[in-house]
Design a protein. Structure first.
Ligand code: G3P
Length: 218
């Protein structure tokens, strides 16, 4: 599994997101590797019919109805969104909300990806049995210096933390991943996939870099 978080980068604005989704779907099918896209909120529905799983970048623990501007899990589900990142380091939320959102997404049969910045959080949130824990040290995000090379011990410790929760949660790692060798290293360290943003979205040739990452996962 790898997840491409598009953040709010200009490169995916307007119809560019459709181009990215088509390329991603084609590569995912060819290499039989699951690749999900997390576009900004306003572009979510634009790519739900393009054979790539679509994740929201954020979801709110708020009810349907009079809740202007919030992202509601049940409504995302109704629009064929597969799941959501929760607690991304650029959009942190209280731990009670994390807990309730993991439960709520599970009940809806949606994918939950809880982002954490350290081992203590990995241990804590792995116990909730989300589908994925994604460990991302904030200082390496967008740096071009891969977590798998700069902080390999963090990845291996997170692998153990997730394993000790003794459930079906899988570990992803992210931050600074820009090349196939960074992905390979992450997998060698025991991660089951990666969460990546700038390394792909800001690359000149999306197809080339996604293929490079994908091959490194096999
Ligand atoms: O969600 C992925 C992200 O925070 C890592 O960003 O740009 O370092 O791949 P980047």
């Amino acid at each position: 599994m790898f997840i491409i978080n598009c953040k709010n980068y200009q490169e995916i604005s307007g119809d560019n997101i459709v181009k990215l989704a088509k390329i991603t779907g084609k590569i995912s099918k060819k290499y039989k590797v699951k690749i999900a896209l997390a576009p900004p909120n306003h572009l979510l529905a634009k790519i739900t019919n393009l054979s790539v799983p679509v994740l929201a970048q954020h979801v709110d623990n708020t009810n349907m109805g009079s809740t202007t501007g919030f992202m509601i899990p049940e409504l995302l589900k109704a629009s064929k969104i597969a799941g959501s990142l929760i607690n991304h380091s650029e959009h942190r939320i209280p731990s009670t909300d994390i807990k309730q959102l993991v439960l709520r997404l599970r009940k809806l049969k949606m994918v939950s990806v809880v982002c954490v910045k350290n081992i203590v959080e990995a241990q804590k949130y792995a116990k909730l049995n989300p589908n994925y824990i994604a460990i991302e040290p904030s200082e390496l995000i967008g740096s071009g210096k891969a977590v798998s090379k700069e902080r390999p011990e963090l990845v291996t410790k997170a692998v153990v933390a997730v394993k000790n929760a003794n459930n079906s949660t899988k570990l992803l790692c992210g931050a600074g991943i820009v090349a196939g060798e960074d992905v390979e290293k992450a997998i060698q360290l025991g991660a089951k996939g990666i969460l990546v943003a700038s390394g792909i979205i800001k690359a000149k040739n999306w197809e080339k870099i996604i293929v490079e990452f994908t091959k490194a996962m096999i």
